[in-house]
Design a protein around this ligand. Structure first.
Ligand code: C2O
Ligand code: CU
Ligand code: CU
Length: 475
């Protein structure tokens, strides 16, 4: 536990006293993993996906005799899956039935700024708007959507507002391998089954709950009955939790990241780190295993991923390999796609993350800063030119790890530098979020395709809310 005295959220909304929490065994575990609900396309026109997403409170009885109030899209936890093809036009009517302003941000998707749910374009309580965009070719991948109204994002997300978005390619080299969709989220419940507001530790380190859910279920069981091999799409939709995933004794192959497939499968991985907001596509091959194995995530001391050994492992779900019949699988394609280098660099950007401790009324206060400042909606922090390849140098001078996220585009990580040692990125991949260890510098190549305002921020949602966010103006 932190020994720091923390004044709380400063200008932010509520700061709760640390709640006394419901014990972890209060929620049932071991139920079969359920399929995710899909958003139905109401359009009859080929290539057009039209639907409505309504954000509204939903009361559920998780603990006998106690109501838990979630905030959901269309009454679904997680929000319904939007499944479309490259080239499709998406038209979503968003209805806000919350008591707060909200918006829908299409995390990782290439959509024009005015359609991207920016903090500048909130939908007021009781209001609605239409988001409309056309997905370009080549953007097949695993995305998600969540609210982005300034200072409300963290709360709206931890009360349940986050949904999934898959863009499919007409030709997918992994077609035929059954897919499994797994989204992780954190849930914190107090003794009365209520979702408490962020307390001081949440504001400092980002919120973690006593429950880590997969598809909104507590430690479900996956029956591996779809053959000997599955393609897992994994979303880290937690506010702050780092997931270093392992499937002990089985391992997996990495085939995709935030923005789609990588060029060649990376087989034989024993672990893979998925930081808040990131996605991964893994191939899990049962081989000769017929037992039960837990998918686990390493638990790190709060805020410290970098060079600290994990404390213990946390089980996310159990995989039951007993129904598997086939042992031998055809080899994975050697080449999944090609990712060209974004090309010669035309401009440079520098982003520095820092934390600042100050004293107020005899208590410590923490600020999370980007280039020495906290977020200001009226300020432009950086300017880019449309279609110009840029090298961004992102520096973490803070004590904690922070996951950096850039809106509007997928980028390529070029190299990472820590303690003077530069490590080139071992393979090319599309990312919209990259972790920065304490003391690390990460260099990425990025191009913006639309004029307008874009956000970049730490994706620990409390840090973003406290102002660890900047604005990029694309001209
Ligand atoms: Cu997933 Cu700016 O957000
Ligand atoms: Cu985003
Ligand atoms: Cu952060």
């Amino acid at each position: 536990a932190s020994t720091k005295v923390w004044a709380g959220a400063m200008s932010m909304g509520e700061t709760a006293a640390p709640a006394s929490l419901l014990p972890v065994d209060a929620l049932p575990r071991g139920l079969p993993l359920r399929e995710l609900g899909k958003l139905t396309n109401e359009s009859k026109t080929l290539g057009l996906f039209r639907a409505t997403l309504t954000a509204a409170p939903l009361r559920a009885e998780l603990v006998a005799g106690h109501a838990t109030e979630f905030w959901t899209y269309n009454g679904s936890l997680p929000g319904p899956l939007i499944e479309v093809f490259e080239g499709d036009t998406i038209e979503i009517t968003f209805v806000n039935r919350l008591k707060q302003p909200s918006s829908i941000h299409w995390h990782g998707l290439p959509v024009p700024p005015e359609q991207d749910g920016n903090p500048q374009n909130p939908v007021p309580p009781g209001g609605k708007r239409v988001y409309r965009f056309t997905l370009p070719d080549g953007c097949a991948g695993t995305y998600w959507y969540h609210p982005h109204p300034h200072t409300y994002t963290a709360e709206q997300a931890f009360r349940g507002l986050a949904g999934l978005f898959i863009v499919r390619a007409r030709q997918d080299p992994l077609n035929g391998i059954p897919e499994r969709l797994l989204v992780t989220s954190d849930l914190k419940l107090d003794q009365q089954g209520k979702i408490p507001a962020d307390d001081a530790d949440d504001w400092m380190n980002g919120r973690e709950g006593q429950f880590v859910l997969v598809n909104a279920q507590h430690m479900p069981v996956v029956r591996f009955d779809t053959g000997g091999r599955e393609r897992w799409r994994i979303w880290n939709a937690c506010s702050a939790r780092y997931l270093r995933l392992t499937l002990p004794g089985i391992g997996f192959a990495l085939v995709g990241t935030d923005g789609g497939l990588i060029e060649h499968p990376i087989a034989g991985l024993q672990e893979f780190l998925v930081v808040p907001a990131q996605r991964a596509e893994l191939i899990v091959d049962a081989g000769t295993h017929r037992d039960r194995v837990d998918l686990t995530a390493a638990v790190y001391p709060r805020g410290k991923m970098g060079e600290v050994a994990p404390d213990k492992a946390l089980s996310l779900l159990t995989v039951d390999f007993s129904p598997v019949r086939s042992t031998i699988q055809p080899p994975l394609p050697l080449q999944l796609c090609s990712i060209a280098d974004l090309g010669p660099v035309k401009a440079h950007k520098r982003v520095v993350f820092t934390e600042q401790m100050s004293m107020k009324d005899g208590r410590h206060q923490m600020s999370f800063l980007v280039n020495g400042k906290t977020y200001d909606m009226k300020r432009v922090d950086l300017t880019s030119r449309r279609n110009e390849v840029e090298l961004w140098e992102i520096v973490n001078q803070a004590d904690m790890d922070h996951p950096f996220h850039l809106h509007g585009t997928q980028f390529q990580v070029v190299e990472r530098e820590i303690h003077g040692v530069v490590t080139p990125e071992p393979f090319r991949a599309w990312h919209d979020t990259v972790n920065l260890k304490s003391g690390e510098t990460v260099r990425i190549k990025a191009v913006q395709r639309w004029r307008g305002l874009r956000m970049f921020h730490c994706h620990i949602l409390e840090h973003e809310g406290l102002g660890m966010m900047g604005q990029l103006k694309v001209v």
